[in-house]
Structures are given as C-alpha cells and as structure tokens.
Design a protein around this ligand. Structure first.
Ligand code: TRP
Length: 904
C-alpha cells in the first residue's frame, strides 16, 4: 500500500468527465459500493484471501457477486461516482461541495433499476469554493516552506446540498476512482482528511461515515451547534463559528432594534432545528416573543409555502428570522414574490446572507434591507486570477464547467441532445459582474475553504517534522511519513496553530473556531442589484454586552425605507400606564392600563405602577409624584365670606353697643338692665370675632384657641342672658312687699352669677388644655390625594363637655325665659330671650350632625358658621326690637309705655 496508485503518481490535474449530470443513488448500490481505504494495519494479500473465502463460502454474501458480469470478480464497485475534480499527490484530501443546490427525489418503486438522482440548480458559488480548494492545494504544492518534497492531491465530489447525496459523496471520496485503480484495495487512495461538507445535515452524514475510519473532516460551512457533542462527532473540525454564537448575535440584534414580535422560518434540517432551538433559548427571559414558527418542507411544496406566507401576511410580526439556505429559499422566495407580499424585514442567517443567487435586481423590492450575520471574510490574493483560468477550452468535457457557463452566460459550450441552451460562441469572458462566480472581493465561505486546506497542510507539515523518539504517539513514536494514518493527522489537527493573511487559525477542544461575524445589510447597488454592505460586527470574544457593534446610520431598511421597521405585538405603554398581559397570549402582547391614582410609572413599558411616597401623590398623567395639596380653611371662596360675615356681625354689634351707650339714659335701655346688655354685647363681639380663629392654617396656638375661646365667650354670653332672665323673673315675682327676693339679684349678685357660670366653662377648658389640648394634624385618611390641615380636638370628651355645658346653660335659660314669657308689660324681654334661645338651640342642634359628617377642613367652616349664625340669632332677637324702638319709635321709649301703663 506504500506506493501511490498510478493515476495519482503524476501530479497533473485530472478532470474527469462525468457520465451525465445525474448519478445513480440508491441504498442498495451504496451498500454494494466497495469501501477500500488504505488501512495498512491489515496486510492486503492475507486479508483479501480471507475475505474471498468468506464471501464465496457464505450464501449471505452471494448477493455481492450476483451480477453475471461481475461474478468473475471478487469485489467490485457497484456504482462509481465520478468526482468533479481530481489531482494526484502524496497525500490526498477529499473535498465535498454542494455544487447543485437542489435535487429531485428518487421514486421508491423497486420493480426497476432506480433511475439516477437528478441534481439541478448549479451553484456557481460552490463552484468558486471548489476552485478555492484547488488553488490552496496548488499554492501549498508550490510553497517552499510548507510540505516541501511532498505534494497534496485532492478528490472533489458534489453533494447536491442534500444528506443522501452527501452520503454518496462521502462513500465516493473513500473509494478509489475506478476498479482498475484499486483492485481490491491495493493502491486505494490514502485519503487523509476531508474538506467538507457545507450544510450541517450533510456533514452529519459524512462524519458518521468517516468516523469508523477516524478520518478527520474539516467543515467550512457547517455551523450547527449539534457538532459540539464530541462523543458523536469525534473527528469533526470546522473553521466556522458554532451557531450558539450566531443565535446569541441575532437575539442581541432583535433586542437592540426593539423588535419584540418576530416570526421564525427554518428549513427542514438539523441546522434550522438547532438554530431555532438555540434562538428560542436565547430569547427566553428577554422581551422578544416569537409570533410564529414555520418550517419550509424538505421536499419543497408550494401549497405549504403558501400557507406559511398566509401566516406571514396576517401576522403583525414584520421581522422574520430565517434559518435556511439557497436550496429551499430559492423556490420559497419565488413564490413569495408572486404573492407580492412586502413590508417584511428579513433577518438572514449566515447560510444565505451572502448568497449571490439573491442579488439580482428583481429581488430588491422584496429582499432589499435584509440584515444578517455573515461569517468573517478574508483575503485570498490569487483567487480572482485563478478563477479566471477556468474555461471550457481548458477543461473540455468537464460537465461542471459546462454548467458554469450555462449559469453565467445562458449558453452551453458542450452541446448535447439533453441540453436546450444555445451553443456558446467561445468568446465569453469572465468579468466581475458574474458575481455569482466571480465575486472575490470579500470571500467568506471560500476563505473558510482556504483556511481548512491550509489547516490540513500545516498539520501534515507538523506531522512530518516529528523527531523520532520525541513524537506524541505511543512510546514517543512519530507517524511514518510514507504511511500516515488519519487518526495521527487528527492529533496534529487538534494541535495546529498557524497564521493566514494575518489571522490566527486554530481549533478549540470541540473543533470549533473563533466567533466573529460581520453584520450585513442588503442595499441597492448602482446597477439596481443587491449589494452586501457591512454595517457592523459581532465579536464573541468580547465581554458580554460589548459584542455587538452596529452603525445604524448606514442601514437601508426593508422596502427601501430609511426608517427602522417596527415589529411589536402591542405598542409600548407610555409612562403613566402599565402593561397588563393578556390571558393566554405571549408576554409581548399586552394592554396598557393607566396607573391608579396615587401610583405612577415614569418609564415606557413599566410592568408595575409604583406607590408614591407619603405626602406625595400622582400628578394628572400619573407620571410623577408631586407633593400632596395641603388644604385648610383659608381665605378663599369659603374663608372670605366667613370673615366678612364675622366682621360685619362684630361691627353690627359694636353699632348696637354705640346706640345703646348713646341712649343709655332712655327707658328701653334702663328698664332692661343696661349693664347686662352691655355685657351681652361685649360677649357677642367676642363671639363674632372668635369665628375668625377657625380661618387660616391651623397652628398649635390657633387650635388651642379655637374651641376654648368660642366656648368661653358663648358661656359668658349665655350666662349674661341667664342672669337677665333670672332678674326679669325675680323682678316680677317679687311684687309682693316684704319679699326681698330682689336683694338676691342686685348688680353685685348678677356679676357673681355671670362670673361663676362662666368660670365653670373656664375650668373645663383649662382642664382640657392641660390634659389633652387640641393640636393641629395632617389628615390624609379622608382624601388620600390631599393633606388636610385641621385641629384635632385632643379629647373629644372635653369637646362635648364644653358644648354640653353651653347647651345646658341655653336650656336653663330657655326654661326660665319660657316661664317669664307671659309676664305683663309692653316690653317683656323674656319672650325675646325664649325666642333667641330657640334659635340658638336650633342652630347648635343642626350643627352637631353637620359637624360630625363634615369632611376635613369643612368641619371648621361648619363650626364657624354655627358660631356666626347663633351670634346673629342672639343679636337680632335680643337687640333688634330695642333698637327699633330707640331709633325709629322714640315716642314709645318711655317708662310708661314700656310698663304697659300708658294706654290704661
Ligand atoms: N451554516 C449552515 C449549516 O450549517 C450553512 C448551510 C450550508 C446550509 N448549506 C446549507 C443550511 C443547506 C441549510 C441548508 O448548515
């Protein structure tokens, strides 16, 4: 096995012709395909003989040689798959690329030989990747530093971007090219590593096939997070970041733009499945919700696609994240354009964000503005020149080159009956505008391919540098340079570290590479087609929160808008309201309810309204806490009239006082005990004035003064009236001579009665003030939005005692006056006193319920009003008739008249 097979000996590039665009693919033929890999552990001749015996002697194996034509041979290739490109070398590296992005499914009828699977949709982009691999190998072969004295070869196969066809490619890459090249394993290609595959679904299949042989594979595009399971994929390496980072980046992007209501669409493959899973996990706990999740079926089906589009159209989620690749996106977008849906902001995954198939101008109205994460780009100096060397003249019969020409120029260089394209003129030149193939300005996946090939070369190089006795393997041995085993290469791959175009390449323990993405925005280019513009980056190596950098000014949004699209389920709640989640709907769909009074929210989208601190209350908009309104009976609409009334009352009383004083010698004044009258008038003035104490901000002093001043002046007033009643009663009862009752009611005694009656009230008040004086309080219980300043009575018992005492005096007065009402005389004061006491009692009886039920500051107003009303009552009842006589009927102001003796 030491010598390379003949076809590999000369390091000339062979380009094999494929029999047709279709290749046979059926499970049986795959089983039949002979897998011979250069495993020098088995001594070829001995093992072949052993195998021969087993196969011949065992009926189980007979089906392997059932065909009459192959019966003579012991082991044959049941199906041979032709590679796209092949070159010999000392060490051969396999390559698997999705040169077509679509295929037709084989039918399952087994009554005839299964027709070959048809791959269609030639992908010039993958063709470019293939050329990049070839370029890298050629560069390495020419290099004087890397793998000197050794050459690399390659075998490149098409996977048709589909797992089953990828499996075919994996088997093909393991096999020799034809039976002649590898008769029973002798001279089978010493395949050391595989560069591939593109899609994760295919890579999974390929890696499972390679795994038993321990052949390392380096994928340039399989980003599925599922590969991190090293026990399942021990030989898998990749030069693309794990999707865990991509979903993190997408989640951060959605959060950054406040797109909280998004749709998810994925293809039917592991890549889509794991990416959606990862994204959902990443979005957990964020404020982004998923409006819908849809899957484009593996076998594209317009009916299903239309259903998905219906969902997209009706949903209010305008941002749609798609984890898929050209394969399913091409037919899907074709139907999408036919449906004429617009206004969707696409968020593209790395798999299609730089796919050149969609750059054509007709896509712009539907796809312009798309944003996505593209994998890191690099620079490959020779690539553009190298790509231009590919043409039908140089590779006559290479079917792939023919397809490239068909795709780029719409003509075929190799006319055949099955082909409907016109024949090419032969003058076609590759220009930059053939971007699907020629776009070399910022290779991304191609750069990954390039890195992957170099990684293999560097590992091989390190392997060959091994010093015997110093090696990493058992007993410090090295690998044999003429007999390298794939698992030995795997060791070196795991360890490799090198620089390429200024970038360091290495693999971590899981075979992953550094997480770095460009943020790409699809904008309109000069010729109306779509251009990929870099508008930011995501660097997963940065600390959390600093990974995402976006230049927002440079972004062109979907629908050629310069304004960012909005994608929310419910518009955000303004300050002053809070979110109320709708039952059974995702958290992003909510109603906004205004905060209750006394609570505020000062941010948009608050989840809860906060209570205002004590002494603060919410403003009208519920956006801020403002100090509560302090209210008391001030000089306002209520206070001013009360003040005026009390001043008027006091002035009137003073007026009466003046009149009385002026006419103090007339009969009316003298008959009715002038001294008591002056006392009463004085007390009334105080009564009127003490209602003023109730107006204005309550203070410690005003509170104490309020009730005490009022009760004492009233007591004084009623004591005087009481005194007067007693005098009247006594005067008339003492008509019989010898009855010296009047001596008990002389002026001195009168003063003593008044003084002692008032004193009782003074004592009560003093006790009240000493024990539990009234004090000002801030009442917030009555109305929570206000602070009402009022006086607390301190002791209600004292308060009611004070009132009760006045009531008692008034009642006594009333009873006595009532008894005296019928006494003779034209001017009998007793009936006026009775009357005044009636009014007085009425006012105060009405006051009690009003006082108890009056809210806050109104209680003071009620009390002050009662004071004024009763004072006026007393003033008018007691003094109006007298003033009437004094001022208007002076002729009646005689003693005779008053005694009722005049007429008689
Ligand atoms: N990163 C993708 C993956 O890992 C890229 C990809 C390539 C892809 N080919 C695809 C995705 C085909 C879906 C289908 O799979």
């Amino acid at each position: 096995m030491g010598t390379p097979p003949n076809y590999l000996k000369d390091n000339k590039v062979n380009v094999l012709q494929r029999p047709s665009r279709s290749t046979d693919l059926s499970p049986t033929t795959n089983l039949g395909a002979k897998i011979c890999i250069g495993n020098p552990a088995i001594k070829p001749t001995a093992d072949i003989k052993y195998l021969e015996k087993r196969v011949k002697g065992n009926p189980k194996f007979s089906r392997y040689s059932s065909s009459p034509t192959t019966a003579a041979k012991d082991c044959t290739l049941r199906n041979s798959f032709q590679p796209g490109f092949v070159a010999g070398g000392d060490f051969v590296v396999g390559g698997i690329f999705p040169l077509h992005y679509n295929q037709e499914m084989p039918d399952r009828n087994s009554t005839y030989r299964p027709p070959p699977v048809k791959c269609n949709g030639f992908d010039p982009r993958a063709f470019r990747w293939v050329q990049t691999m070839r370029l890298a190998v050629e560069e390495i072969n020419q290099s004087s530093e890397l793998l000197t004295n050794h050459t690399l070869g390659y075998k490149i196969f098409d996977s048709c971007a589909y797992p089953l066809t990828g499996q075919r490619a994996a088997l093909a890459v393991l096999n020799g090219l034809s039976e002649d090249d590898s008769p029973m394993c002798i001279g089978a290609s010493p395949l050391l590593a595989v560069i591939g595959e593109s899609g994760s679904a295919q890579s999974i299949v390929v890696s499972r096939i390679l795994r038993p042989f321990r052949i390392p594979m380096i994928s340039y595009f399989s980003s599925c997070a599922c590969f991190t399971d090293r026990t399942k994929y021990p030989t898998f390496f990749r030069v693309i970041p794990n999707d865990d980072y991509q979903v993190k980046a997408i989640a951060q992007l959605l959060i950054h733009f406040n797109w909280t209501w998004v749709g998810l669409i994925r293809g039917d493959h592991e890549y889509g499945q794991f990416a959606v899973q990862g994204l959902l996990k990443e979005l957990q706990g964020s404020n982004v919700c998923v409006a819908y999740q849809e899957m484009i079926p593996l076998l594209y089906n317009t009916q299903r696609a239309l259903e998905i589009m219906q969902v997209m159209r009706t949903s209010s989620a305008k941002v749609v994240v798609v984890f898929s690749a050209e394969g399913e996106m091409t037919p899907f977008l074709r139907d999408y354009m036919m449906q004429n849906i617009t206004g969707i902001q696409w968020v593209a995954s790395e798999a299609w964000v730089t796919a050149s198939v969609f750059t054509r101008r007709e896509f712009y109205p539907y796809l312009g503005g798309t944003i996505g994460f593209g994998i890191k780009k690099g620079h490959i100096a020779q690539l553009s020149d190298y790509l231009q060397t590919v043409n039908p003249q140089r590779y006559p019969n290479n079917i792939l080159v023919g397809e490239l020409w068909e795709a780029l120029y719409g003509c075929t260089p190799f006319p055949s009956s099955a082909n409907h394209f016109p024949i090419c003129s032969g003058q076609e030149v590759l220009l930059e505008q053939h971007s699907a193939y020629m776009n070399t300005s910022s290779p991304r996946v191609a750069y990954n391919v390039y890195k992957a090939v170099y990684a293999v070369a560097h590992s091989l190089h390190n392997l060959l540098l091994c010093q015997p006795g110093n090696g990493p393997f058992e007993n410090n041995s090295c690998a044999q340079s003429n007999n390298i085993l794939p698992w030995q290469l795997q060791y070196y791959l795991q360890e490799v570290k090198f620089n390429i175009a200024g970038e360091e390449v290495n693999f971590d323990l899981k075979g992953d590479s550094v997480p770095y993405y460009d943020i790409i925005n699809w904008q309109r280019g000069t010729s109306g087609n779509i251009e990929f513009v870099n508008i930011g980056l995501f660097d997963g190596t940065k600390p959390a929160g600093e990974e995402l950098v976006i230049q927002e000014e440079g972004i062109m949004w979907a629908g050629h808008q310069s304004e960012m699209p909005v994608s929310v389920c419910s518009p955000s709640c303004p300050p002053g309201s809070r979110k109320a989640v709708r039952r059974g709907e995702p958290v992003c769909c909510f109603d906004c309810v205004p905060c209750d009074s006394g609570k505020i929210s000062n941010q948009t989208n608050s989840v809860e309204c906060m209570f205002c601190p004590e002494d603060f209350w919410s403003n009208q908009d519920r956006t801020a806490c403002i100090p509560k309104n302090v209210e008391f009976l001030a000089y306002d609409a209520l206070g001013i009239p009360l003040t005026v009334i009390s001043v008027v009352g006091a002035s009137l009383t003073i007026g009466v006082f003046v009149v009385f004083f002026y006419h103090r010698n007339t009969a009316v004044v003298r008959v009715n005990n002038s001294e008591l009258s002056f006392f009463i008038l004085f007390a009334l003035i105080l009564c009127f004035l003490c209602s003023l104490v109730f107006i204005g901000e309550p203070t410690f002093w005003s509170c104490m003064l309020r009730h005490t001043a009022f009760s004492i002046t009233f007591s004084l007033c009623i004591s005087c009236i009481l005194g007067k009643t007693l005098v009247v009663l006594a005067a008339f009862t003492a008509t019989r001579p010898g009855d010296n009752i009047m001596k008990w009611f002389g002026p001195k005694q009168q003063r003593a009665i008044i003084f002692s009656c008032t004193l009782v009230q003074v004592v009560i008040c003093a006790a009240w003030l000493i024990d539990a004086p009234p004090y000002p309080i801030r009442n917030t219980t009555y109305e929570r939005s206000k602070i009402i300043l009022e006086c607390s009575v301190g002791s209600s018992l004292a308060f009611w005692c004070v009132l009760g005492y006045i009531g008692l005096q008034a009642s006594l007065c009333f009873v006595l006056a009532f008894l005296a009402r019928k006494l003779p005389g034209n001017f009998n004061e007793a009936k006026y006193i009775t009357f005044s006491m009636l009014i007085f009692s009425a006012v105060w009886l009405a006051f009690i319920p009003a006082y108890i039920s009056a809210p806050g500051n109104y209680a003071g107003a009620v009390e002050s009003f009662a004071i004024l009303a009763s004072s006026f009552g007393l003033l008018f009842c007691l003094f109006a008739p007298k003033c009437y006589i004094i001022l208007l009927k002076p002729e009646k102001n005689t003693k005779h008249h008053l005694m009722g003796k005049e007429k008689k």
